[in-house]
Ligand binder design. Structure first.
Ligand code: ZN
Length: 651
């Protein structure tokens, strides 16, 4: 049967994804089995021909324009094998996961946070430490969301890709606050800091404690172009501090320009996902329901009649399957600048914890479909790296005979034989444990050769950052920022101050400081959109100099506009400050760029500050394009200030 040998052999090559996909099974009932010739010489072989040329053809040094990283949470070798056995047969292949041409193994250990072993390997990690590892390149402790062992936030691939002008997406079948999606968009000490109401879990990370806020609030602030998954419940919570105190997080997202969608129709209707109108899509309050109904493992369970997996009646519609979400995400993110997209199949892990064999198998098959979608795009695009891996290994084991004292389940596979799966790390009703084994990591496309061999999970960060040629110095990406503002304004006039070139920042803080006023006026944080932040300001009533200072929340870059209130002044075209101010720099920074430097401009109406049109015009054009969302934001803020009397008294 050379035909079937060739078929399987060909599927090892990247050019054969379509062939492999044709072997896909119906979603609930296995319809094909291991070929009958596995008993023949070479009949079970997967690579009977010489592979050298195929492998050589698979190696492409890059760079890559796009990267799609697919994570099967808890998807160790055992979980992949049992899913393959069940749905495609022992001699079959998963058409997505098994089709990637370049494979390696990676170590996943985490680090101890405290005590005499601080910083030493903890051999069995959780999803927080492991996700942080590939998201940031820094190993850390279990429970950490993209902070190091000392709690210091580490820049993530998503944040860095965004700062480099890539579009970004984050998709999961879990709650979006769950560790794997959270590691790309948040920095907290404890993974359970989901929303404003998780007060105890958030501790010092809470906004009202001066922290960066809960995971949900940070997801909004990080502003990926697209974020899709579960976890709506936390976005229903109400901010306890900051600019949006008293508002639900969903309302906050809408106020900040997001397209908030809650169902398949809303997702289907989306035509764009970008920084002006990013997408926040949540389709369940918690995690997505699984593809298959749960099975219950029991002591001696593998001796019972073997089962077949049944569809879960609660499963979301197929237009919200992980494959559909992946396809929609690619459609929305694909553009000339490229994108970084992370996709997680989350409940392989969760069902493994619950000793639910059919549950975990269905989630592997779901992820496999998403991998097929990613490979289909990458193959057609030619400039996309796809990496498929997991975060940590897990409990389930395919065993030969029913274990005497631990939980087990028997399933009838597509081969027509019985597969016994055992769960040996917790008693009935308990949570099965993660395990510390190394994991498969597989790649396709430019840069993917870096997955080959034995690597560490943190290598994934560098493989992706290098393939996309990302500049990881976010402070540097904001260091050439400029600020434009009028030099003179009439008393109480409204005017815009626009900072541009702030690619390394996601927000700026804005402060108005008038000579003689009792205190500076906090104009609140403002989102940086495509490197630009615009603050609409109302001038003080009293003639004289004042300053508006914008400070990059991430870079610390400080930009100061000296402005004068002059009776009868007409707001002129904005000007550009010549020098951004580094707060750590020598205090002899040129006059006119420091707070108080506004004195230099005087109150005598010397006209607009000099500026170079080549610097200012692009910023102006961008500012005009963004005026709709920016103005709404600032006006909301002003209404609140007026309402509380702050603005009138200070200005
Ligand atoms: Zn887990």
């Amino acid at each position: 049967m050379t035909t079937s040998i060739r078929r399987r052999r060909a599927a090892l090559t990247t050019g054969a994804v379509a062939i492999a996909a044709s072997l896909a099974l119906a979603p609930t009932v296995a319809s094909a089995a291991t070929p009958a010739d596995v008993a023949q010489n070479g009949g079970a072989a997967r690579s009977i021909d010489d592979s050298t040329q195929v492998l050589l053809d698979s190696v492409d040094g890059g760079p890559a324009k796009n990267v799609i990283l697919l994570i099967g949470d808890g998807m160790g070798d055992s979980e992949i094998t049992s899913a393959r056995n069940y749905a495609y047969g022992a001699g079959g292949q998963l058409p997505g996961i098994d089709a990637l041409p370049l494979t390696g193994q990676y170590t996943t250990y985490s680090l101890y946070k405290d005590g005499p072993n601080k910083g030493k390997p903890d051999y069995v990690p959780d999803s927080a430490a492991t996700g942080s590892a590939w998201a940031t390149g820094t190993k850390t402790y279990d429970n950490a969301i993209s902070v190091d062992v000392d709690g210091v936030p580490q820049d993530t691939l998503l944040e860095i890709a965004k700062a480099n002008g890539k579009k970004t997406g984050n998709v999961s079948t879990a709650e979006l606050q769950d560790a794997t999606p959270a590691v790309q968009s948040a920095h907290v000490a404890a993974r359970s800091c989901y929303g404003p109401d998780t007060v105890t879990q958030c501790g010092a990370d809470a906004l009202d404690q001066g922290g960066l806020g809960s995971i949900s609030e940070q997801i909004i602030g990080t502003r990926a172009d697209l974020t899709l998954g579960g976890g709506a419940a936390s976005f229903e919570q109400t901010a306890r501090a900051g600019q949006w105190q008293g508002e639900s997080l969903f309302d906050q997202a809408a106020d900040r320009g997001y397209q908030v969608v809650r169902d398949a129709a809303g997702l289907d209707a989306l035509a764009s996902a970008d920084q002006s109108e990013p997408v926040l899509g949540t389709f369940t309050d918690g995690n997505f329901p699984t593809r298959f109904a749960a099975t219950t493992a029991t002591v001696g369970g593998a001796d019972l009649a073997p089962q077949t997996c049944q569809p879960n009646p609660d499963r979301l519609s197929t237009d919200l399957s992980l494959r559909s979400l992946t396809e929609k995400s690619i459609d929305l993110l694909d553009d000339d600048n490229g994108f970084f997209l992370q996709v997680e199949g989350a409940s392989i892990d969760k069902r493994d914890h619950s000793a639910d064999a059919c549950g975990q198998i269905g989630e592997v098959l779901d992820l496999d479909e998403a991998v097929q979608a990613a490979l289909d795009f990458a193959k057609a695009d030619g400039d996309t790296m796809v990496i498929v891996t997991a975060d940590h290994a897990h409990t389930s084991q395919i065993v030969d005979s029913t274990p005497p004292a631990t939980l087990s389940t028997a399933l009838t596979t597509v081969d027509g034989t019985t597969m016994k799966i055992a769960y040996g790390t917790a008693a009935a009703g308990g949570s099965q444990q993660h395990t510390g084994s190394q994991l498969r990591v597989a790649g396709y496309g430019p840069g993917a050769a870096n997955v080959v061999g034995l690597i560490d999970q943190t290598d994934n960060f560098f493989t992706i950052a290098n393939a996309l040629q990302l500049d990881r110095d976010l402070d540097g990406l904001s260091s050439d920022a400029t600020l434009s503002a009028p030099s003179e304004v009439a008393p109480e006039a409204e005017f815009d101050v626009t900072a541009s070139g702030l690619a390394g920042d996601r927000q700026v803080s804005a402060v108005l400081d008038a000579d003689g006023a009792a205190a500076a006026v906090d104009l609140g944080p403002v989102d940086v959109i495509d490197g630009v932040a615009t603050v609409t300001v109302q001038a003080p009533a009293e003639p004289g100099p004042f300053t508006v200072t914008l400070t990059g929340a991430q870079s610390g870059v400080e930009l100061v506009a000296p402005v004068s209130v002059v009776e009868g002044a007409v707001v002129p075209a904005p000007t550009t400050s010549p020098v951004p101010v580094d707060p750590s720099a020598d205090p002899t920074t040129p006059a006119g760029a420091l707070p108080g430097g506004g004195d230099a401009a005087g109150g005598t109406g010397s006209g607009p500050l000099a500026f170079t049109g080549s610097e200012a015009l692009p910023a102006l054009a961008l500012a005009l394009m963004l005026v709709a969302s920016g103005a709404v934001l600032v006006l909301r803020r002003r209404r609140r200030l007026v309402a509380t009397g702050e603005l009138g008294s200070q200005l």
